[in-house]
Write a protein that binds this ligand. Sequence first.
Ligand SMILES: [Zn+2]
Length: 341
Amino acid sequence: MAECVIGVDLGGTNVRAAAVGRSGELLTPPVQRPSRGQEGFQATLEQIAATVQEAATGMQPLHIGVAAPGHIDSARGVVRWAPNLGQWRDGLFEGWREAPLADALRARLNLPVAVGNDANLAALGEYHYGVGRGQANGLVMITLGTGIGGGVVLTRRQVQGDADWDGGVVLVGASGGAGELGHTIINFAGPRCGCGARGCIEAYAQRDAVVELAREAMRRNPDSLLHRLTSGDPAQLTPAIVSQAADQGDATALAVWQQVGVYLGVAIANFIHIFNPEIVAIGGQIAKAGAPLFEAIERTVREYAIPTLLQDCRIVPAERIEDAGILGGAALAWQLQGVRR
Ligand SMILES: [Zn+2]
């Protein structure tokens, strides 16, 4: 029987899991259940356990790795705060606080359990099983979606001193909150962000901001293909439709990705200055915009980043966009299992 771990992607809507082999290969297709993320910790715990059991059918997993949203204390396996998982009480939604996810799952499934922040672990999965090939000299990844997640993977070659670890490890900071790259501020007077600050890259380039930018462009350009592709209804606009129009050479749609690429390029120049990574990977569904987005990012980064730092840095789409959370959980589980690549 192939050795495996179970990678788990826990979200506010669904929980997905799959058995994952040593090289990041999915041994079974991912299984999915609603996470019942608004019904309290016990309900969600049951859904996670059932999903893991289904994914592990016929397998003998060594470890479970859970990619969870929010502020995670990985050392204790505790979700310190998760805004999308919780329960309604007196008309108010209370997110999980200090939820002992690893202990509760361990007790339920009798297997070692590791928990990490989903965006951090997506970076770790991409490092080991995607574009990092398990050997890049550092990787920074942002995941573009309804928010913008971030993760930083370092290697011993990127730190000074006597680090006795090898391979990619994730920066989590003093209390587990590091790597909030989406809240890199690119304009101190910019639009209000969900985090309360102003001008974060998330406020400019998360999904709804991109759609709003495209709607505005559509209004100003009555000839744009976007009108035809949405049957004239701006409410139907999605990033995928903007990409579809851009693929057909629509100038309005191309200008939208150009603008988003400028915003992202400024943020990425900051990441390059702070981390000097070999790779900046861009994941999430919006990364599928492809060349028009990436060309604008490249152009902007060239204008803002220190040339010698940029020289050896590649900015590329993530390769494992669909199963990022599962692979991230699996990468952590394998690492804790003592497997070094
Ligand atoms: Zn923010």
